[in-house]
Design a binder for this molecule. Sequence first.
Ligand SMILES: [Mn+2]
Length: 413
Amino acid sequence: MRFAVLADAHIGRSIPLAIAEHRRRAFSRSVTKAVDAIIEAGADYIFLCGDLFERRTLRPHLVQFAHDELYRIARETEERHGKKVTILAIRGNHDGRPQSDTLDYIKHPLADYLHVFEEDTKPYTDKNLTAVGLNYYDRIDAAYERLAKPALKEARGLKVLMVHGFVQGYNQVPPYSRSLTLDQIAEAEPVYVFTGHYHKRCPPRRLPNGGWILTPGSLEMYDFAESGEKGFYIVDDEEAPRFTWVPIESMHVMKQARIETERRRSPRWFGERILEEVELFRSELGRSEKPGYLRVRVRGGLKDGFPGDIDLEPVDRMVREGPLLLWVDIDTLGVGMPILAGVSEREQIDVAEFFAPFGEFAEDIQEMHARVREVLEEQASVQTGLLTPSQRIPLIDEWVRRLEARTFREEEQ
Ligand SMILES: [Mn+2]
């Protein structure tokens, strides 16, 4: 018997929104590539371990797309290999909530090849195997004990467990996340455990009971923080099971670069480093002949000027001119303002005049501006240029008092 084990397809994912259409296309394309490879391999069972969809509500054509791709597996496997395929699916956290998930839309009375697990965790059983599918719950450990473990313990024959959740000691579980343990899983004596939710591929590992656990990871790059190869597993269930990794090449190159400095630097210095990173990425894209997107995280202090003084126009120009460079996101939130000494010399704006459209309130602004400046000069931290909360609160209260004392024109209408 041959299995295909997939997870976290996230069909319809459009984050970052600035490149939503590129992203949606990349996620759909990874599904199509996986489906092609599954048909080629001629699998008997397909295990979809959650997060088939990105959200509960999606554009109808994407739901149709998922439906059609699953049907294509069934139809073409029969045509080419003369066998009937069974597709088993569980609900991931992205698919929706209990009783209301996107998987409802792909169920079809005529789609006898598709089995979507319900919330009662009634096992799927046929002549070859028994599968218990545990849908996603926030308290996955409790849900496993209550729903999946008893069902799995009772099951006979080739027992398969599908879970959408982290497994301690196998996945690198993020802090404060609920997870299952390998021992907890092994107690129910499964032969195979296939898991989703953890996006990084984990190679097959033996369980304490002699069974196997496998996390294929997501099919596409979920975000900039992810790395590593994307794809899915083919499992040949024989005397000694054989596991074959099927890589799926991402449609786009997705890279995150960092610029960090301990020393305070000029806006120009930051601008030049950023440009270097973008140029480096552009040449990487040229070599791989693939389009891509880059995020540059910039951290460090300015010695003068403002973050807005970092000239990003050359970067914008490169994006406009280079067809492979789809998007560059420069994150300068981590760029610190210069120490405040010297600011007063640069500033020559008449505040009351600047805020003249506010009418009489412009005078309040001017007064408060002067007071805040005064307090900053006397009390601000030399390191950060900021006030402590107790220094700041009286000023905020004063702002609120003055704002509340005014009635603005918009409110009168
Ligand atoms: Mn996921």
